[in-house]
Design a protein around this ligand. Sequence first.
Ligand SMILES: NC(=O)c1ccc[n+]([C@@H]2O[C@H](COP(=O)([O-])OP(=O)(O)OC[C@H]3O[C@@H](n4cnc5c(N)ncnc54)[C@H](OP(=O)(O)O)[C@@H]3O)[C@@H](O)[C@H]2O)c1
Length: 230
Amino acid sequence: MENKQTVLVIGASRGLGLALVEEYCKRGFDVIATVRQQSTALQSLHKQYPDSLEIQDQVDIVNLDSVRALHQKLKGRKLDVLFVNAGISRANELTPLQVSEQDFIDMMLTNALSPMRVVELFHESLTSNGVIALMSSELGSITNASAFWELYSSSKAALNMLAKSFAARHTGDSRAMLLIAPGWVRTDMGTQNASLDVSESIPLVVDVVARNAGKPGLRYVDRFGKIIPW
Ligand SMILES: NC(=O)c1ccc[n+]([C@@H]2O[C@H](COP(=O)([O-])OP(=O)(O)OC[C@H]3O[C@@H](n4cnc5c(N)ncnc54)[C@H](OP(=O)(O)O)[C@@H]3O)[C@@H](O)[C@H]2O)c1
């Protein structure tokens, strides 16, 4: 059982985060999965993988104290992968004049600032060839902007910028850092109109993470590992 790899998945109650946990469990990782509140789906996964899945609840990514408390709890644990998945979408069809300020602020806090706060706190917990993965989106590309879900898209573009800035402050770091776009996937957020089932996205996402271990630097990629223009 030696050399088991460990992944920390932030935001694992449902959707892509839950699927990430299941995929990493299947691949034999020790998985630490965080949720804000108990998740029945994650609990039943825990019954399937009682020895390798550990659930940490009360972790709200926007509540810095709760993230610091998690960091403190996991002190001394080495991570091979940190996957920050938590995210929200609000006011999808609205424009800047129409969106409520609170909805916009909530997206910026949840999708951009808070994931990077997790990275700031946890990056030293990663092994030297570890991978930091952030769930971005194809919609975060400024080059490819099409006004689809424009306010949400701007929060993912802000995440990408913050990751770029973090990478610029950590040149020479041996760890890989990925902004990953999973494709348009059927989840609560993606809706049933999305083109992909989670099973058509998440295994590929996990493959991309695995292929990037030991490859330093920041990359913005899709689920196939193809570079997306900033
Ligand atoms: N689905 C897609 O097509 C798609 C495409 C591109 C990118 N993404 C990104 O992929 C990620 C997951 O999306 P999804 O489709 O799985 O969405 P989802 O089904 O709505 O799930 C969102 C997840 O994020 C968690 N979360 C939200 N706010 C949080 C907070 N403040 N603290 C901790 N956890 C929080 C949720 O936990 P609760 O259960 O507690 O709310 C839930 O586990 C997001 O970052 C999203 O932007 C999704």
